[in-house]
Design a protein around this ligand. Structure first.
Ligand code: GLY
Ligand code: MN
Ligand code: MN
Length: 444
């Protein structure tokens, strides 16, 4: 299935090249294959920047962009076709495929890169690369430069400047195109369905991993190759551990379970959290905390629109949560003072969201010139307030302790506000209880 059209990759490369200084070259490597142990590899995931510019899915490849080059601006180094290797590991595009299917102007075997690339760099003033993130590749770049330097006495001209590619490229990635939003919507819908499935399956006596299995089934059945990050299935007090991943505790009647999980489709992530009662009914305290988190999330949605700045959604959640905690008696004092002193952080210690895209915590600056970034159409972000009452918090009544609630949705900024991509999972107390009640009566 083609989700991002070939023409869009070409547009992205053109847009990047248009921003590069005159007489420069950009070089980006594909992600390396990560070995798990001996002959076993981790599931391959292409590097996001590389994928964004090429859609080329293979390892052992290098993109070279050379604006203005007479014989083609987009050069791709990649593996050669090899009948024996393809028998073991699967098909390769080869150089013909790189040109015909992936739009390269010119393609060479990756094994020839040391002979060819110095010649492409020579005479260019600037080299753009993502310096610092891949030390082995940085070393290769320096070796290619040194080949040119070693020939300076013959008139070869080594580049004079090295520029980090990240700023230009990551700013482009922050603005999602219509095709990208469509893929993100698809990932979000599959993940929403997975959360519904987990809610329906929840029973005391099962384990956290039993619900993780429901998620994995729905992700894979929906066509996702893998989760976008390690799924968190945290019941009871485990919900107060923000990055809990053990997922092996038994589900107990009367506890809540917090699930933070999302799948990835064509390298685009989704990221959803829902918190619901193991046995389908909220207690009074659980409901009070839950509805406060939900109210703060609604305040955040209202703050997301073009022209508002990035932090306004977070500020809205802090305001609602702090006032609510005072009302419930979990905090004492003036709301404005409790915000100024950050007293709310004992219960709400993370931010209300992050950019979302090819990476779950996506690229893009949060501040520009020292000021919070102003939201624009096409930016995608999560909205994920939470309240976590530590089981060890002696300053609150015992009935509150160990309750952890987070609610997380994915949104894209639109002209008038934002589109919620993950609206397919119930969220109000009444809707969650109704869904779970039906699932329990229908169960065998
Ligand atoms: N699942 C990671 C996050 O919510 O940021
Ligand atoms: Mn999450
Ligand atoms: Mn998130």
């Amino acid at each position: 299935m083609i989700r991002i059209p070939k023409a869009e990759y070409a547009r992205r490369r053109k847009a990047l090249m248009a921003q590069m200084e005159p007489n420069s070259i950009a070089i980006l490597p594909a992600a390396a294959v990560a070995i798990r142990n001996r002959d076993v590899e981790h599931v391959y995931r292409q590097d996001s920047d590389f994928q964004y510019l090429s859609g080329f899915p293979e390892p052992e490849a290098v993109i070279v962009l050379i604006p203005g080059r007479e014989y083609g601006e987009y050069v791709l180094f990649c593996r050669e076709r090899n009948a024996e290797r393809e028998l073991w590991d699967g098909l390769r595009a080869g150089q013909d495929g790189a040109v015909a299917e992936y739009g390269a102007d010119d393609a060479f075997p990756i094994t020839d890169i040391d002979d060819i690339l110095p010649g492409l760099i020579e005479g260019r003033d600037r080299v753009y690369s993502s310096m610092g993130s891949n030390p082995e590749f940085d070393r290769h770049v320096m070796e290619w430069i040194n080949v040119i330097r070693s020939k300076a006495h013959l008139g070869a001209q080594p580049p004079k400047e090295f520029v980090a590619l990240d700023h230009l490229l990551h700013d482009m990635r922050l603005y999602k195109s219509a095709a990208e939003v469509k893929v993100m919507r698809e990932a979000a819908q599959i993940s929403a369905h997975a959360h519904v499935r987990a809610m329906q399956a929840s029973r005391a006596g099962l384990y956290e991993f039993s619900l993780e299995a429901e998620l994995d089934y729905a992700f894979r059945k929906g066509g996702a190759k893998m989760p976008a990050y390690g799924s968190i299935v945290a019941s009871g007090r485990n919900a107060c551990i923000l990055h809990y991943q053990q997922n092996d505790a038994p589900l107990k009647d009367g506890d809540l379970v917090l699930i933070d999980a999302g799948c990835e489709i064509d390298c685009y992530a989704s990221d959803i959290t829902r918190t619901f009662p193991v046995s389908g009914r909220f207690s009074a305290e659980q409901k009070a905390i839950y509805e406060l988190v939900l109210k703060s999330q609604e305040a955040a949605f209202a703050a997301i629109k073009p022209g508002n700045h990035w932090n306004q959604a977070h500020e809205a959640t802090v305001q609602v949560i702090t006032a609510g905690l005072v009302e419930l008696g979990l905090l004492q004092g003036e709301v404005s003072e409790l915000i100024a002193s950050e007293a709310y952080k004992a219960f709400y210690m993370h931010r209300a969201g992050h950019w979302l895209g090819m990476d779950v915590h996506d690229v893009g600056e949060y501040k520009v010139g020292g000021e919070w970034r102003v939201l624009e159409v096409g930016m995608a972000l999560t909205v994920e307030p939470g309240i976590y009452v530590s089981p060890d918090n002696q300053s609150v009544a015992k009935k509150w302790r160990g309750i952890g609630v987070r609610i997380e949705d994915d949104v894209v900024v639109t002209k008038k506000g934002c589109e919620i991509l993950t609206a397919g999972v119930p969220k109000t107390v009444a809707d969650i209880e109704a869904l779970m009640a039906v699932a329990r009566t229908e169960a065998p």
